[in-house]
Design a protein around this ligand. Structure first.
Ligand code: 9MR
Length: 493
């Protein structure tokens, strides 16, 4: 790797000064430059006119996620460069991408995104090192201590490559089940301590990067999964397991919309002594009030360091049919964009350490202590049982498409349509997964079974379909071969 001298300070994003990494010549290697760091927060100046300028006023960042294919998409790059100061690779730094074969690391796709981002003054979040999905194919043949060793080697190999370059790493992703216990996975089967081993390994590999635990459905404070993660972080802090931050993915769907207690969740995590961040935000139909609310909640919590949306335009989204992002397919900002911008500019707290001088923050850290009450054991919203149909029997159809696939699995989407004249009150789709395939995750639907023929019925909020209406659900499959599932049937009661 060639050393590239650090560039002198220059101004970006309005009045906030960033120490920039330098301009990169080639997209093949990661340049040896310091991580750009936020230097100065100042709430007294004029409002920012871009997301990043507005966020930087309070020492925060505003990020997006991009796939490698967006490097050839000038529409995307233009908005990214103008509005964002943090970047996450959608798939390119995941375990299957970075270590496709045991001991053979491949950083070309991740480096291309990294190099573009830092050469445009952005910092980069690493995503992710250990996860039950998108694993290298060879992990499927390992278990026990061999898999544990492979995970440790993977973390060491990837973190050595990016040492000193990244602002954050999502060390472990999505390790909890909805009921607040650990998700069962091959990594979990190596022993309950796999998560802390991952964090200790990561700390030794790159002591300078902030190490995060990242998950979805942990935004509602009273939800069992939130409490499960909270208890783990609390335990880690008590025992000195190195952890710096919690990423709340903030995927808001019709079934899990912005909870009224979101700020309490953020401040409760922060009170444990970790930073919090909204790492993959998207909201069904970009509901303005939810985007405003999630931004405001972050701005009200000093240790909420930034917000990332999972894509920029609806055409970049993993759930594009729900139009969940801040920019439409023609690159126009939506009403939600303005709401977010205004909420960023209205921030009344700054991130500790970003206001200079003095070196101590002017804002007060949250004084509330985390509750000691036992977390609820059931989710606050459970899908209701399916009501009887008033539509024509057999009027529903299911159409499958593969959204994305990789070495060890794929993301699928099924569109459920009502082709009858009446209203469909509830639906169930049956799919047959090929041998060796296991369902890892479903959204906008509720599954029964994870292998062979599985069924997915409507969630609480998308069972009712008027004449000619349709809805979609999505899912992830871990697979040895990526044969698409057969759609067996769609029925309505
Ligand atoms: O956006 C990613 C999509 O392209 C992939 O198909 C999918 C496969 O796992 O992963 C998506 O990103 C996920 C992220 O890594 C973790 N949280 C949920 C995101 C959306 O599924």
């Amino acid at each position: 790797m060639k050393d590239v001298p650090a560039q002198p300070r220059r101004r970006t994003g309005g009045r906030t000064r960033l120490l920039l990494g330098g301009v990169l010549a080639a997209a093949i290697t990661v340049s040896s430059v310091a991580v750009a760091t936020l230097a100065h927060a100042d709430l007294s100046g004029p409002p920012g006119t871009t997301l990043k300028a507005a966020a930087e006023r309070s020492g925060r960042y505003f990020g997006a996620a991009m796939g490698g294919d967006r490097l050839n998409d000038n529409g995307f790059l233009t908005i990214a460069n103008r509005e964002f100061d943090m970047m996450t690779a959608v798939n390119e730094m995941k375990p299957d991408a970075t270590e496709p074969n045991q001991g053979q690391f491949n950083f070309s796709a991740g480096d291309a995104i990294y190099n573009w981002a830092v050469s445009h003054g952005m910092r980069v979040r690493g995503h992710t090192l250990a996860w039950h999905a998108q694993q290298p194919r060879f992990w499927a043949n390992l278990s026990g201590s061999a898999l544990r060793s492979a995970m440790i080697s993977h973390i060491n190999g990837v973190m050595a490559h990016y040492k000193g370059k990244l602002a954050y790493w999502d060390v472990v992703n999505e390790a909890f089940a909805e009921n607040g216990s650990r998700r069962s996975s091959n990594l979990q089967a190596t022993g309950n301590d796999w998560i802390e081993v991952a964090f200790r390994t990561a700390k030794a590999a790159d002591p300078g990067v902030k190490l995060c635990y990242n998950d979805y459905n942990i935004e509602n404070w009273t939800y069992a999964k939130t409490q499960g993660v909270y208890n783990m972080i609390s335990d880690f802090k008590a025992r000195g397991v190195p952890i710096d931050c919690v990423g709340l993915q903030t995927h808001f769907t019709g079934g899990s919309s912005l909870p009224g207690n979101f700020q309490q969740t953020l401040s409760s995590f922060a009170a444990l002594g970790v930073d919090v961040a909204l790492t993959e935000a998207d909201v069904t139909n970009a509901a303005t009030n939810q985007y405003q609310g999630l931004t405001q909640a972050c701005m009200n919590v000093p240790r909420c360091v930034g917000i990332t949306t999972w894509g920029i335009r609806d055409s970049d989204s993993w759930r594009g049919s729900e139009n969940p992002l801040l920019f439409d397919r023609n690159s126009n900002p939506k009403a939600a964009y303005t709401a977010v911008l205004n909420a960023l500019n209205a921030a009344s707290t700054t991130v500790p350490g970003t206001t200079t001088p003095p070196s101590t923050p002017t804002s007060t850290p949250p004084s509330s202590t985390p509750p000691t009450s036992t977390p609820p054991s059931t989710p606050t919203s459970t899908p209701p049982s399916t009501p009887p149909s008033t539509g024509e029997p057999g009027a529903c159809t299911a159409t499958y498409r593969t959204v994305n696939s990789w070495g060890g699995g794929y993301q699928g989407e099924v569109t459920v349509a009502n082709n009858g004249s009446g209203t469909l009150n509830g639906w169930t789709v049956r799919l047959t997964l090929a041998a060796g395939q296991t369902l890892a995750n479903v959204w906008n639907g509720v599954n029964t079974g994870t292998t062979g023929t599985i069924s997915v019925r409507n969630a609480s909020y998308n069972g009712s379909l008027g004449a000619n209406a349709s809805t979609t659900f999505g899912f992830l499959v871990n697979a040895s071969t990526n044969t698409a599932p057969g759609v067996v049937s769609c029925t309505s009661p």
